[in-house]
Design a protein around this ligand. Structure first.
Ligand SMILES: CC(C)(COP(=O)(O)OP(=O)(O)OC[C@H]1O[C@@H](n2cnc3c(N)ncnc32)[C@H](O)[C@@H]1OP(=O)(O)O)[C@@H](O)C(=O)NCCC(=O)NCCS
Length: 194
């Protein structure tokens, strides 16, 4: 059983432009704030899987139920970035459990940040924090994988900076704003140096 408890504070960071952001685990009290956050990013039609769909309260409840259960089972890390009670970002690392014991050492990474908080060092700080937490709290985890859209230069640069390496590419694997673009697949050994 995990020793993560709901709402647990991890650290307070200062962004490049001097804003204070709390990084912590979510609690059920964040349900509405997290829904508002994901809907703001979805509405942008940016480089995440949501492209304008609205997440309703039931969807959010199902998502958070899955994430809390994953955290209890030591399979999941979900960290939110909070500024004065507003959720401004979220980052997750989820163990692959669909392959049973064959792929329990492999996980999938995801991150997004509200538009007003990008480009000020928050993504890097959140990603490093999630990787550190995964190393401490997800036993036997060895690898983090992710997929990034080929036009998402900012995220791609961040991942390269963090030591992720490309292991494949699905040409035309993503329908993005009226065109098919490549999906780039990347991985990083959990214990490797930055
Ligand atoms: C991708 C995302 C998480 C990056 O987080 P961020 O807070 O904006 O990035 P940071 O400010 O921490 O910058 C980290 C690195 O990213 C790269 N980067 C940041 N802004 C950039 C820009 N405008 N252009 C190109 N690269 C950029 C740089 O390598 C930067 O490191 P450096 O400052 O040492 O050069 C964030 O922009 C985001 O949520 N975007 C929308 C959703 C998304 O794309 N999610 C990822 C899906 S794979």
């Amino acid at each position: 059983m995990s020793d993560i408890h709901q709402g647990m504070h991890i650290k307070t960071i200062s962004t490049d432009d001097g804003r204070e952001v709390n990084l912590r685990y979510p609690s059920w009290g964040d349900e509405e704030g997290m829904r508002d956050f994901i809907n703001s990013v979805s509405a942008e039609d940016t480089f995440i899987t949501f492209s304008g769909e609205t997440v309703n309260p039931e969807d959010e409840h199902v998502y958070l139920t899955r994430m809390f259960s994953g955290m209890d089972e030591e399979d999941t890390i979900l960290i939110i970035a909070v500024v004065k009670d507003q959720v401004v970002g979220s980052v997750s690392i989820e163990r692959k459990t669909d392959g049973r014991r064959r792929s329990r050492h492999v996980s999938v990474f995801g991150i997004s940040i509200r538009a007003e908080y990008r480009g000020i060092g928050l993504g890097e700080a959140m990603a490093r924090t999630a990787i550190d937490e995964a190393g401490k709290r997800l036993p036997e985890l060895k690898m983090i994988t992710l997929s990034v859209y080929s036009l998402n230069e900012r995220a791609h640069n961040l991942y390269v900076k963090l030591g992720f390496k490309e292991y494949g590419r699905l040409p035309g694997g993503v329908w993005y704003r009226d065109q098919y673009i490549d999906e780039i697949l990347m991985y990083r050994e959990l214990g490797s140096a930055y």
